[in-house]
Design a protein around this ligand. Structure first.
Ligand code: ADP
Ligand code: MG
Length: 256
């Protein structure tokens, strides 16, 4: 099967409040692939994730982002989401006064509306959601609670994966979905992500730690530094990083 490109980032430069954060980023992702992006704090990983999703605070000053071969830089976040881009936030927000199930149903039905499909009624939606919630081993009580309100760090992360499972997005960008998880939750979430992976999708995992990559094997690992990718390797790279730290990359750059 010929591999088709789902995402292409070309010489991207972006800033926030006139501070330049993304400085010449290039990335190519094909359908069926899992890419991991690693890098020190402040290297621009979350900024990149938010720019892909269309966060309005960031300005693209140069370069392009192509999704399914078309530029998306001028599209608003809702359109990007309807076209199949999903971002799991590093810091999921709490939405007091909105129950999780209402939020999920609204998101799901607005996606159906964009595809000119009929909304799902509450009962059919609940059936669909129940199948997804089992997949990630989450208690149904979380559906009646307000979105992320009082959820533990790990519960918030699971809730993001529930959204990912429900929206069935083509490109999922998971920003530090593993941070704050205990080992059981990490295994469950990794399993769910592996189950959601197929040839019609791609996943970008942003992480600090090699441990999630023990459960989800990436096709490529990229290292970000100062707003761009400075090194790309295969799954073995994470093991070297764990052993030697990011200095390993710098030594490779010096020694070739
Ligand atoms: P990472 O996710 O790799 O830790 P971020 O993308 O969160 O890094 O941040 C990259 C850089 O951009 C940091 O130096 C950060 O301080 C800066 N930055 C991000 N958002 C803002 C903002 N809203 N205002 C000012 N600087 C920001
Ligand atoms: Mg970050």
């Amino acid at each position: 099967m010929k591999k088709e490109r789902i995402l292409e980032i070309k010489n991207l430069h972006a800033c926030i409040d006139n501070i330049s954060v993304i400085k010449g980023m290039n990335l190519q992702v094909n359908y069926g692939e899992i890419h991991a992006i690693m890098g020190k704090n402040g290297s621009g990983k979350s900024t990149l994730a938010k720019i892909i999703a269309g966060h309005p605070s960031y300005q693209i000053t140069k370069g392009d982002i192509l999704f399914d071969g078309e530029t998306i830089t001028k599209k608003d976040p809702a359109d990007r989401s309807h076209e199949g881009i999903f971002l799991a936030f590093q810091y999921p927000v709490e939405i007091p006064g909105v129950s999780n199930i209402d939020f999920l149903r609204l998101a799901y039905n607005s996606q159906r509306k964009a595809k000119q499909e009929r909304s799902l009624d509450p009962i059919s939606f609940f059936e669909l959601l129940s199948s997804k919630i089992k997949l990630i081993d989450m208690n149904e009580n979380f559906l009646q609670r307000n979105v992320n309100e009082g959820f533990s760090g790990g519960e918030k992360k699971k809730n993001e994966i529930l959204q990912m499972a429900l929206l069935d997005s083509k490109l999922s960008v998971l920003d530090e979905t593993d941070s704050g998880l205990d080992i059981d939750a990490l295994k469950t979430i990794s399993n769910s992500i592996n189950l959601l992976k197929n040839d019609n999708k791609a996943i970008i995992i942003i992480t600090h730690y090699q441990r999630i990559l023990d459960y989800i094997r990436p096709d490529f690992i990229h290292i970000m530094q100062d707003g761009k990718i400075v090194h790309t390797g295969n799954a073995e790279l994470a093991i070297q990083l764990e052993k030697y730290g990011y200095e390993y990359i710098n030594s490779k750059q010096i020694n070739g």
